[in-house]
Design a protein around this ligand. Sequence first.
Ligand code: PLP
Length: 371
Amino acid sequence: MPEASRLDRYLSTRLPGYVPGTLSPETVAFAAALDAVGRELPEIADAIVQELADQRRTLKLIASENFASPAVLLAMGNWLSDKYAEGSPGHRFYAGCDNVDAIESRAAELARTLFGAVHAYVQPHSGIDANLVAFWAVLTARVENPALERLGAKTVGELSAEDWETLRRALGDQKMMGMALDSGGHLTHGFRPNVSGKLFRYCSYGVDPETCRLDYDEVRRRAREERPLLIVAGYSSYPRRVDFRRFREIADEVGAVLMVDMAHFAGLVAGTRLHRRRGSRGPCAHRHHDHAQDALRGSARRARALRRVARRDRRPRLPARARRPAAARDGREGGGVARGRTTRLPRLRATHRRQRADARRGARRLAARRS
Ligand SMILES: Cc1ncc(COP(=O)(O)O)c(C=O)c1O
């Protein structure tokens, strides 16, 4: 006989005649949570209820939004919010992080399986955050670590004021090349209003004005001209397949690190619909990027899971230190919240099948209404 759920056990002791399994745990959980919130701040509970009503009534066409499962939503609202978990699993700055360690390790394991990746780092809370962590990993590997080695120091704390100032300036004097905003790029790819534009000197490539497609010869010409430290591929608004092999060749030719921001198509990669052969290992299987980051969203069914996937390559281009799963230090030292690391990874292939079927049904209905 299956074990009674926590809810059934509780209700059986409180409600004479209660028949186990007759109540929806999700409905009970959300109703109880809203009552608890509403007791403190009724207007917040009302707004949450209104959001549910709005989501049920309207069609979302915003790629950055999600439909999180009840399990994900409930895993986000609990005592893990109380935790302070700076560092990484097994390497925390404070005691008492065993449960967070278990969750973070499991989330990273699920992400590795989902993307066929060797490493996954699940701490960033958003795509912006994840990009920043990836940028910092590149700066650490390409600028900071070589400088420390040259100066015979293990950490930046050991540097003299003068050496530190030189290194600080060098860190802020690197060039990033990304797609122009008006061609479909994203603010986090080096634009002035975003911190990435303040961190890097920026140069851009665009799309061909006639075809609106990437012109790889032009990207190559720009890369040879500008010699950036970092080339970013993967965009907010480019509804075409990207030839990452060409980007890899271009990055290799100019000695740049290639980063793929797959925020908008990560779900399709995970579901092996895009840039990955079914059953293959290795991030996106194309194995052409040094770093990939994604906010699993849009095409993914439910979870919003953030991860940075380190590249698996037989010919390592970054020093081993930089290819570690962002290690205990990701450049954001000083705090680490546990909330949001919990994630339920979706069964994407089935989801994609259902989404395509839904889309076909919707199209048929629209066509029938028109005729
Ligand atoms: C390509 C790309 N990268 C990063 C982001 C930022 O993601 P987030 O909104 O999760 O911070 C976006 C936002 O949609 C995006 O389009």
